[in-house]
Ligand binder design. Structure first.
Ligand code: F0G
Length: 430
């Protein structure tokens, strides 16, 4: 009988590694060479499954562990078959900062921030795009597309430029941060601002991709998740292959939390780590359907129609990967929280002023969430906690400037500076 999945040759090593798509609901399997994003039988989400035995053989010698840290360090775990087509801007390998100043403030034993703003276009999306756009080339696609609250469009535009592909992006009109828009423009994407929110834009681009043969690179595309799972590999790698007790990250369309969870579970499945961290998702209170479902103990989410938050990156009311996210949080015995705009802004300032890390508002939601969960007594102070800072602060300069005290105008002389900053003269007169 013909197998439902293809066996593909990894040309460099001459060995065979198999991957296939599997429906997260009914378990149907599909060839990884098919251009599909959801199950043909039940329309649920797909994920990439490796052939366990093939992958175990490939990683057995531990050779991969000796490469330098980046997305492609873990290439055996990634369903890419033609290495010559790899589209890379040197993504991943972001620092995991030990944040002792904040650990002290929160009375936590071990606290780290994974700074994904250090990626080439300033957000974690680059991990997904290096794999996704490489697959677009492997599949011979000519045009890539996405809907975006900003970072996905910036990242896709850059990788499409590198790959020489046409790039079409839909953004919610007036609701995208300036830095992200500037990036999508300069990388040469064709940008369409739609009247409607992100959820509506996503629905439209899914349909457009089908109608016009565009290659869709939102996180509904399982290859995006494959790239993003490498962040979980890196966190374990950077902690000496000891996973943290808890990972806290902002949740919008819910792809990233699903990707981390998939990454941790794969490492456990191959005996590389023993324990799994508690996945903790943080949303903005104006767009928090997943948090509401977790709090209510419900099996599904109630989409939020009118979303509003200063953290525009996660202004999403109907997250596509909600089912994967609920599973990740529940299976890991994690939790979810919703934060107000002022809590988010205050956490953004705290991280910048205590640790020198400037993140965009959505990313600061993870720090705000940590603070709240500690106050509520839901986080044990002995836990090793990693907060994921998903995007760079310069993505959204307007918010940072508004959140700050006024800039003081002074005359161009010493006396004016002395007065404005209340300084005392320390010059020694002889
Ligand atoms: N943080 C940032 C900075 C983001 O840009 C996003 C998502 C998230 C967190 C949430 O990740 O959607 O995987 O749960 N931004 C998408 C975009 C939606 O279009 O740029 P998620």
């Amino acid at each position: 009988m013909r197998q439902a999945w293809t066996r593909c040759k990894n040309r460099k090593k001459g060995t065979v590694v198999s991957f296939y798509f599997k429906c997260i609901n009914c378990g149907s399997k599909y060839s990884i060479q098919e251009i599909i994003y959801t199950c043909k039988k039940c329309n649920d989400l797909l994920e990439v499954e490796p052939d366990i035995r093939e992958l175990a053989k490939k990683i057995e010698d531990g050779y991969w562990k000796r490469r330098s840290i980046s997305v492609w360090k873990y290439k055996e775990f990634l369903p890419v078959f033609d290495e010559s087509k790899t589209v890379t801007l040197k993504e991943g390998g972001t620092n995991l900062y030990k944040c002792d100043n904040l650990a002290k403030k929160f009375k936590l034993k071990n606290f780290y921030v994974k700074n994904e703003g250090e990626n080439p276009t300033g957000s974690f999306k680059d991990r997904g795009m290096t794999v996704g756009v490489t697959k677009a080339l492997e599949l011979n696609m000519k045009t890539v597309a996405c809907a975006s609250t900003g970072n996905t469009s910036a990242s896709l535009a850059a990788y499409a430029a590198k790959a020489g592909l046409r790039c079409i992006v839909l953004i919610p009109s007036g609701k995208i941060a300036l830095g992200k828009l500037a990036q999508a423009i300069i990388y040469g994407a064709e940008i369409m601002a739609v009247e409607g929110n992100f959820d509506a834009a996503l629905e439209l681009i899914v349909e457009a991709s089908e109608c016009f043969g565009l290659y869709l690179l939102n996180s509904i595309n399982p290859f995006r998740i494959e790239g993003q799972k490498t962040a979980a590999f890196e966190v374990c790698d950077q902690l000496g292959w000891r996973p943290p007790d808890r990972v806290i990250l902002p949740v919008g369309n819910a792809g990233n939390i699903s990707a981390y969870w998939k990454g941790f579970k794969e490492l456990q499945r191959f005996g590389i780590i023993e324990n799994l961290p508690k996945m903790t998702g943080i949303q903005a209170s104006g767009a928090s359907p997943i948090t509401e479902a977790i709090v209510a103990g419900s099996e599904s989410i109630k989409p939020v129609k009118e979303t509003e938050t200063i953290a525009t990156a996660i202004r999403i009311g109907n997250p596509v990967s909600w089912k994967k996210a609920l599973r990740a949080i529940r299976e890991s015995k994690g939790t979810a929280e919703a934060m107000t705009d002022s809590e988010i802004i205050s956490a953004q300032k705290l991280l910048a002023r205590r640790e020198g890390i400037f993140v965009e508002p959505a990313s600061a939601a993870s720090i705000a969430g940590l603070r709240k969960l500690i106050e509520k007594g839901e986080i044990d102070r002995d836990e090793t906690v990693v907060c994921v800072a998903t995007g760079h602060g310069l993505k959204d300069p307007e918010i940072a400037i508004k959140a700050r005290k006024r800039v003081v105008k002074v005359k161009l002389n010493l006396e004016a500076i002395r007065k404005a900053a209340k300084l005392r003269c320390s010059r020694v007169h002889t």
